[in-house]
Design a protein around this ligand. Structure first.
Ligand SMILES: C[S@@+](CC[C@H](N)C(=O)[O-])C[C@H]1O[C@@H](n2cnc3c(N)ncnc32)[C@H](O)[C@@H]1O
Length: 307
């Protein structure tokens, strides 16, 4: 099984050095992410929330009564409230997240505000989707994957996740996918490198987390946060750049960083309509409708299983 330790050893041994963004989300990482969502520069949450409010009423007929909402990477389940308020007669809500603290906190807050809703948190990794609970109500499954979290996966992993979701949710399901759209470098880089330094703290938390949990000896003052728009790959890259030559110890291993060398910690791929359709089709879904927000642009795609 992949653990933070085994992934970090593998990632620091690779060239170039890299690590999966899923390890950002310990309790502190989830807290910092929530702070990011409230930043002026971080338009995706604001735009997607407004777009969800506008769009969901148009999709209610397709969703129908007694649906079961299954959310991947649910975090604080804040946007979910828009769906919970709009979908009458929802039979159950299944949030799935790798961060148990975020998942349990979100479930308790929702239970207080929606006392009649059947809420079934599932801790887990969406890259190896667990089964849904056996005793879920039998209504139509509605997958919900907002926040452009799909953009953190490379193309193969995103296709694998969509195909696994298609199997997990069944023939009669729908899938609501939130994606961030390709736009100018300035807007994109500011969203991932805010003036207050919250995104920097979020990125750096990986090193603090490794020191806390794995006993590494990262000197966090000798790394800096970088966010770079890679236009050719249509993705924002986040890196931690070493400011000097240094060696990191982890168990019996020693990993050398040269000054200027980076640990690549996240890709956030950006999309256009063509890319969304191609990805959905490759994962076994077809596009029913895609709705786009006002500028800065994000989109919500409604998918149904391919015939
Ligand atoms: C970009 S945040 C989005 C949070 C929320 N859905 C939103 O739209 O604001 C990504 C979320 O996915 C979770 N996550 C990241 N990688 C994951 C994985 N491999 N499996 C399950 N959850 C994951 C994180 O804990 C976090 O809550």
């Amino acid at each position: 099984m992949q653990t933070f330790r085994s992934d970090l050893i593998e990632g620091l041994s690779a060239s170039p050095k890299s690590l999966s963004p899923k390890w950002f989300y310990d309790a502190e990482g989830s807290r910092l992410f929530e702070q990011i969502t409230r930043l002026e520069e971080y338009y995706p949450t604001r735009q997607e929330t407004a777009l969800l409010r506008q769009t969901i009423p148009f999709w209610l007929d397709l969703i129908g009564p007694e649906a079961v909402l299954v959310e991947l990477g649910s975090g604080a389940s804040e946007k979910t409230r828009i769906l919970l308020d709009a979908i009458a007669g929802l039979a159950a809500y299944v949030p799935l997240d790798i961060s148990e603290t975020a998942l349990q906190a979100a479930a308790s807050a929702l239970r207080a505000d929606y006392p009649h809703l059947d809420i079934r948190p599932v801790p887990g990794d969406f890259e190896t989707l667990p089964d849904l609970p056996d005793d879920l109500p039998s209504g139509r499954r509605i997958g919900f994957f907002p926040g452009s979290t799909i953009g953190n996966l490379d193309r193969d992993a995103a296709i694998k996740l969509l195909a696994a979701s298609r199997r997990m949710l069944g023939r009669n399901s729908l899938f609501i996918l939130g994606v961030d759209l390709i736009k100018d470098r300035e807007t994109l880089e500011a969203a991932y490198d805010d003036a207050q330094g919250v995104t920097s703290a979020f990125n750096m938390n990986l090193l603090h987390r490794a020191n806390r949990e794995l006993g590494t000896d990262f000197d966090t003052n000798s790394f800096r946060h970088r966010a770079i728009w890679n236009e050719a790959e249509a993705r924002i890259e986040m890196h931690l750049e070493s400011l000097r030559d240094q060696t990191i110890k982890l168990d019996g291993h020693r990993f050398r960083f040269r000054a200027g060398e980076t640990l690549h910690t996240e890709n956030s791929r950006k999309f256009d309509r063509e890319r969304v359709v191609a990805l959905a089709e490759a994962g076994g879904w077809s596009l029913v409708e895609m709705r786009v927000s006002t500028s800065p642009y994000v989109a919500l795609a409604l998918l149904r299983p391919k015939e």
